[in-house]
Write a protein that binds this ligand. Structure first.
Ligand SMILES: Cc1cc2nc3c(=O)[nH]c(=O)nc-3n(C[C@H](O)[C@H](O)[C@H](O)COP(=O)(O)OP(=O)(O)OC[C@H]3O[C@@H](n4cnc5c(N)ncnc54)[C@H](O)[C@@H]3O)c2cc1C
Length: 552
């Protein structure tokens, strides 16, 4: 039977776009099949903050940060905690990926016109020892233009390849099965969905108006993870994180449905580490939602006080920005699936950032004039103020008694006692006037302010939470927001997929979130952040290059 292309790529997210452009650049014919409409090109990456894990960069050096491959690898391995037989390929991917992040990643992107915001962020700071979880130094490089700024070079390359006839998009084509003939993946079959010009990110129609089948010498699965499908998240929820939350919000659009994972598995691919996932605990319900149950993650600075549903302060080192899964595990251990930040206007103004391209119009719009206001503005950034005013999870009051009453009314659980919270906040406030103290969170604030990037735009001057001069007081009810899938299809360094028998399935490749960002779980148990887009770039590139070579 005649082939429709040399290679088929399933998914037009970042991983799919990177793979497809590499294939076209090698002079091979590629079809990109995507269930959504053309307006959704770029998948999740479009919505992302565009944060990239990079190591030993000029941006870091300019800020006085000393980083190295060895330090980054130490941090990666400490966070990953690889401890399973099936971690063989994930570990190999981790070594290769950290080398990419410390090597050609920045230059490769730069040559395509990608640029970086000069203040490097410090995500996942850990708080344990040097060999445990966390970034020893700031490494979160936000793309100028955020997520769309990462997608743009690959979309441009894809459009060029489309114009030259090497790349074809098939939008509104949903893959329902992979065809494997004599052990070799050689095509796909699926449904054609009715045209739908719904806005990007919103749920599109699933009405079927036809079917299709396509054949090629190789198929690359780049269909994303499971974060939009709460049933699948709950089904795969690991016991080590406690019970699966009853209530969750979604940090990803509905198309992150995990359906293609099951389809690829049914074709014989080996899915590993399906119980490893990356969900955030600082989720707030979007007052202006785009997709169903739309949740936004707060990227917190170091100063907000964090209380569980019963009003107990989270224990050290589970302070804002330290250890996402440690916090998740602690919170689920309380028997409630929410927690609280308590902070001041001075803190929200300087320390609250919201993840997502649409929540950062200054960076997304590449406006220096607006971005500079992050350091100089009197109020919080516009999108943060909008949440404060309209967000269902925000309580803003002039005194603590009213705040606690408002928190109890919001949760409906009536678990919080004024004296309990007051005692803990006052104790913390007594520690604030010395530059060297006992309270570990206050020590962390001083530590953060020794880094110029945090001092400039990410940490408020230390002050008493109960000082009315820094008010009003703000409480934020934090929900669990689903996001990333850390497990995936087991692949070798060419992104070739292993079958259940441990042998490579000829012609089948996987990239991006579907491949656990490489190998079936390059992150192990935990991420250092900014590693997901980068994982799409690296695994998509490897898949595209290897497939192009194999079909030659
Ligand atoms: C708000 C937000 C902020 C983020 N911020 C960051 C950040 O700062 N740094 C970072 O590293 N990561 C970040 N991420 C994560 C990162 O964006 C994603 O993990 C990554 O973009 C996933 O890319 P992907 O190509 O693997 O999958 P996706 O983007 O999910 O693309 C997969 C595509 O496949 C299509 N598809 C699925 N099944 C089928 C099928 N059966 N048939 C046809 N098509 C199908 C889907 O419709 C989709 O378009 C963020 C994510 C979000 C949502």
């Amino acid at each position: 039977m005649a082939e429709d292309a040399d290679v088929i790529v399933v998914g037009s997210g970042l991983a799919g776009l990177v793979a497809a452009t590499e294939i076209a650049d090698a002079g091979r014919r590629v079809i990109v099949v995507e269930q959504e409409g053309e307006q959704s090109l770029g998948g999740q990456a479009f919505w992302s903050l565009g944060g990239l894990f990079l190591v030993d960069t000029p941006e870091q050096r300019r800020l006085g940060i000393k980083d190295s491959y060895e330090l980054a690898l130490q941090d990666w391995m400490g966070s990953a905690g690889f401890d399973r037989d099936e971690d063989l390929w994930p570990k190999r991917w981790a070594e290769a990926y950290v080398a990419f992040a410390a090597g050609e990643k920045r230059g490769w992107l730069r040559a395509m016109g990608h640029r970086i915001f000069p203040v490097v962020g410090w995500a996942e700071r850990g708080g344990y020892d040097a060999m445990s979880h966390g970034n020893s130094v700031p490494r979160f490089h936000v793309s100028w233009g955020t997520g769309p700024g990462v997608v743009e070079p690959f979309e441009r390359r894809a459009r060029d390849a489309q114009a030259s006839g090497l790349l074809t998009f098939r939008f509104r084509h949903r893959v329902d099965a992979l065809t494997v003939t004599n052990g070799t993946a050689d095509g796909i079959t699926g449904s054609i969905l009715e045209p739908d010009d719904i806005e990007r990110g919103k749920s599109s129609s699933r009405k079927i108006i036809g079917d299709f089948s396509l054949r090629a010498q190789a198929v690359i699965v780049a269909s994303g993870g499971i974060g939009g499908n709460h049933d699948l998240v709950r089904q795969n929820w690991p016991k080590r994180l406690g019970e699966a939350p009853k209530h969750m919000i979604s940090g990803v659009p509905e198309h992150v449905d995990g359906r293609m994972i099951g389809i690829t598995e049914a074709a014989g691919a080996r899915l590993i580490n399906r119980d490893r996932m990356w969900h955030y605990v600082e989720g707030i319900r979007n007052w202006n939602p785009i997709w169903p149950r739309h949740g936004i993650r707060i990227l917190p600075g170091p100063s907000s006080m964090w209380f569980d549903a019963t009003g107990a302060r989270l224990p050290a080192p589970l302070f804002p920005g330290s250890d996402t899964l440690g916090q998740l595990q602690y919170i689920m251990g309380t028997g409630y699936d929410y927690s609280w930040f308590v902070l001041t206007q001075s803190i929200i103004k300087k320390e609250f950032a919201l993840s997502g391209s649409e929540q950062n119009p200054d960076l997304t719009g590449k406006s220096w004039r607006m971005t500079i206001k992050r350091a100089t503005n009197k109020g919080a950034p516009g999108p943060v103020e909008a949440f404060k005013n309209h967000g269902a999870d925000f309580v803003v009051r002039d005194n603590l008694a009213d705040l606690v009453a408002g928190m109890n009314a919001l949760s409906g659980d009536n678990l919080l006692k004024l004296d309990h919270l007051k005692g803990q906040i006052e104790a913390r406030d007594r520690e604030i006037s010395n530059p060297y103290v006992k309270d570990t969170q206050v020590m962390n604030i001083h530590n953060a302010r020794r880094y110029i990037g945090d001092r400039l735009i990410r940490s408020a001057k230390p002050h008493c939470i109960l000082d009315p001069a820094h008010g009003p007081l703000i409480a934020v009810k934090l929900n669990i927001v689903t996001r990333k899938t850390l497990g995936g299809f087991e692949t070798d360094l060419d992104s070739r997929v292993f079958g259940m028998n441990g042998q490579i399935i000829q012609g089948l490749y996987a990239a991006g979130e579907a491949a656990g960002f490489g190998g079936g779980g390059v992150h192990g148990y935990r991420s250092l952040e900014g590693t997901f887009l980068g994982g799409c770039l690296f695994s998509g590139r490897n898949a595209g290059r290897a497939a192009a070579k194999a079909v030659g």
